[in-house]
Design a protein around this ligand. Structure first.
Ligand code: SF4
Length: 141
């Protein structure tokens, strides 16, 4: 499921600055962004982290919507959020590792409406080159 749908290479041609400020905001629920989808590798990493079989991890922590596996209760804040911190940081899914460089975010409209207005890390720290952005974007799926 590798997709760059929604990404506009012209939008990030000069690179984009981002550095996580530890706000925890990307782990709180807000509509479609409340879904934390899990790849097969994510599920294996989580299962190892918790000392469970993949099947048991999936039974206890996951739901499936339209054929896509995600963490339970997407309408609530992530169950692994403790205060502003991720309690499963080493095992966090590709979706969390690659924020905010998701294909659907990488156009001016979505970036300004859904990312910049919301995430305090945007515009801060390291300037990510287009090549770095595309590498991170592809790691999401
Ligand atoms: S797994 Fe961790 S980084 Fe990902 S949404 Fe949950 S608390 Fe946030």
């Amino acid at each position: 499921m590798t997709s760059t749908d929604g990404a506009d290479p012209k939008f990030y041609a000069e690179g984009l600055r981002f550095e996580c400020q530890g706000s925890g905001k990307c782990c709180t629920s807000r509509g479609a962004y409340g879904y934390v989808y899990l790849t097969t590798d994510d599920r294996k990493r989580f299962a190892k982290f918790f000392g469970l079989t993949v099947a048991r991890f999936q039974r206890e922590h996951c739901e499936t919507t339209d054929g896509h596996v995600h963490l339970k209760n997407p309408e609530a804040d992530c169950a692994f959020l403790r205060g502003k911190r991720c309690s499963v940081y080493e095992a966090r899914p590709a979706q969390c590792r690659s924020w905010p460089f998701w294909p659907e975010n990488l156009n001016a409209r979505a970036w300004n409406r859904d990312v910049k207005s919301f995430c305090p890390g945007v515009g801060k720290g390291k300037l990510h080159s287009p090549e770095e952005i595309e590498k991170i974007m592809r790691s999401k799926s």
